[in-house]
Design a protein around this ligand. Structure first.
Ligand code: DC
Length: 221
């Protein structure tokens, strides 16, 4: 039986780390859909296309052959045969991703890729529109939320651990801007699906969040 689990929510709600852990426990694949938008934003920048120019990005999409590969169970994003995965986690890549993700042409370009992947694998997919647009019939839909300052603190700690030179106020401001932009865009905005379960992880440890989600998933199977 193919399983589809959708986890949506704002920046830094812990979607990816929690979804990865739950996928490991369930023995199914984790797919990070934000990585696709990040890859397109970074590819545009590296190849001389202005990511802030919607028409220019739409025009260049036919030149992009994007593949998702699983290497030892870990997702890699390949564009035109080049692996871009290690270059998509910077603060700049986050803002580029948020920008290109607001373009209808980019969302259409990535729609079938995500649905095909979910049709071939039992998955936990995380993103902004998985429960609303990509997998409207998912078996389980969860919307993860948390207080913005707590989310910013988690993101700040991650960046510092990676050796980035960032300050907390900038991380908080970027996060609030991205949430605003992601929620207010016309195409597939960040929004809780009507049939999604809301889980606010403010004050939860990582383990508590994982346990809560595993409980929700288990009630459905
Ligand atoms: O989850 P993330 O931070 O890697 O996502 C980067 C950006 O991509 C985010 O600001 C919004 C966009 N995104 C989206 O629009 N839809 C998704 N399913 C996933 C991400």
């Amino acid at each position: 039986m193919q399983i589809q689990i959708a986890i949506d929510g704002p920046v830094g709600a812990g979607k990816s780390t929690i979804a990865k852990e739950c996928a490991g426990r369930l023995g199914i694949v984790y797919m990070d859909t934000g990585a696709l938008y990040r890859a397109i934003g970074v590819w545009c920048k590296e190849n001389g296309t202005d990511a802030y120019d919607e028409d220019a990005v739409a025009a260049v999409l036919p030149k992009i052959a994007l593949e998702i590969k699983l290497i030892s169970g870990v997702q890699r994003i390949i564009i035109n045969s080049g692996d871009i995965t290690d270059r998509i986690r910077t603060p700049d890549a986050s803002m580029l991703a948020s920008k290109v993700s607001s373009y209808g042409a980019v969302r259409t370009f990535l729609l079938d890729l995500q649905r095909d992947f979910a049709a071939k694998n039992s998955v936990i997919m995380d993103g902004r529109d998985i429960g609303t647009v990509i997998l409207p019939n998912a078996d389980v839909k969860i919307f993860l939320a948390a207080d913005p300052r707590e989310r910013a603190k988690r993101r700040y700690d991650e960046l510092i651990a990676k050796g980035s030179d960032v300050n907390f106020d900038d991380v908080l401001a970027d996060l609030e801007k991205r949430d605003r932009d992601d929620s207010s865009r016309t195409h597939a905005p960040l929004k809780q699906a009507d049939d999604a379960i809301l889980l606010d992880t403010t004050g939860y440890t990582f383990d508590e969040s994982v346990e809560r989600i595993m409980e929700i998933i288990k009630t459905r199977f």
